[in-house]
Design a protein around this ligand. Structure first.
Ligand code: ZN
Length: 149
């Protein structure tokens, strides 16, 4: 195992053990449930959109280390971001996770989430890593009306 793989492993284990933003949300405007039958991962993602900004985002659920770490990393990456920026990240990351090519330097700005790029070598685990992002997008597309109270 090379140094980079070890570092990636550490990030994933850390987020699995101490998932960030693993909780509910007050006055969530959007939420969705995601299920990966291949592995049994089940998560729900909730967020609160204020204007164009994702003010808060959280997840809950049960799943393998990859699915949990992916959801945890996702929330840290897009919390506080604009909707546009979050959607762009979502598409870049889904591509990174399913691409046959090594991630290039442009992905470095995404930070720790690049640790998940290793799943590309394990096709059966890819859905574990993309689940949170699909669920996030489902939440955005599902409940469109914003709670104003
Ligand atoms: Zn899984």
């Amino acid at each position: 195992m090379n140094e980079l793989t070890e570092l990636y492993q550490e990030i994933i284990l850390d987020h699995n053990k101490r998932p960030r933003n693993y909780r509910g949300i007050d006055k969530a405007t959007h939420s969705a449930e995601g299920h990966n039958p291949l592995c049994g991962d089940e998560i729900s993602v909730s967020l609160r959109l204020n204007g164009d900004q994702i003010e808060d985002i959280s997840f809950q659920g049960e799943g393998c280390a990859i699915s949990k770490a992916s959801a945890s990393l996702m929330t840290t990456l897009i919390k506080g971001k604009s909707l546009q920026s979050a959607k762009e990240k979502s598409s870049v990351i889904k591509q990174m996770l399913t691409s046959s090519e090594e991630p290039d330097d442009s992905l470095e700005e995404l930070g720790d989430i690049i640790a998940l790029s290793g799943v590309r070598r394990f096709p059966v685990r890819i859905k574990c890593a993309t689940l949170a992002w699909h669920t996030f997008e489902a939440a955005l597309n599902g409940k469109k009306e914003t709670t104003t109270e």
